[in-house]
Unconditional design. Sequence first.
Lengths: 115, 213
Amino acid sequence: MAARLMRAARPARTTWFAVTVQADPSELSGPSRPDALARLAERHEVRVIRAPGGRGSEIAVRAADGRTREEVRALKQLLETGEVLVVEGQPEGRRTALGGVARPMFRQLTRRGPR
Amino acid sequence: MRALCWTGVNEVSVEDVPEPRLLNRQDALVEVTASSVCGSDLHLLDGYVPAMLAGDVLGHEFVGEVVEVGPDVRERRVGERVTVCSIIGCGRCHYCRQGLWSLCDNTNPNPGFQEKLNGHASAGIFGYSHAMGGFAGSHAEYIRIPYADFNAFPVPENVPDAGAVFASDAVPTGWIGADLGQVGPGDVVAVWGCGGVGQMAALASLRMGAPAR
């Protein structure tokens, strides 16, 4: 599983990573678009279109690597809820040596993994 | 504080762990007054749910008192007694707006695992492995509630903790069973398995019009 996720985490130049966001396309284009979206557009080809069925907008990013996928998900969350959920710093019991290594690795893979 | 931690397959221990703190502006902290053991805790306990790590705090069905709220919490107040959804919704994505809380797009910070396995990630769930977000659970003295305005519901004064706690998980799970079964007036309903969820499915069927015998 880890190896498959690692392979899939490499960006393919021809594929797009897209999320549907509850926001009107007019909020996501032009000079008033969110900073995070403008930053993404500096590094990637970004396409914003109206989503079907009154579902807001589709933000699609071409050749998104793991870091970019994480940024796109965070942008969606920020636009829809006003914050990006944090899970680091919660209560936890004693971690084993393996768990201490496995948890950050798992988070890295599953946050940046493919859709 | 004390918390019940998963330490390995079929092993748990009560450990001293740090108290939770507000991590987001829409969080609340709840002092847990009742936390029940769900049937699905067994799947976590016995290792069937993947991505559990030793030290994870279990528990996802609970009632408690709000002791602290973040600056962007608008509805909940310190001192309120609340029951909290096991499944965490953001309340504002497409799925949450459709009432499909368990598909929330925004509350599982580790979506890649389930997306690879199932094609789509579920919402985050308290105390339910890192595949469901890695949120610390309620078998503890205190718990942090993300998006508190959407996930914590005040409990009326005349409802005791032991009655309200099931609204967290067993009631909606039983209700959806009866709902999917399209129970209506006059239907005779058989429920297989008479645990917490089964009893709630029976009660839901009565509310949907199945006659009591």
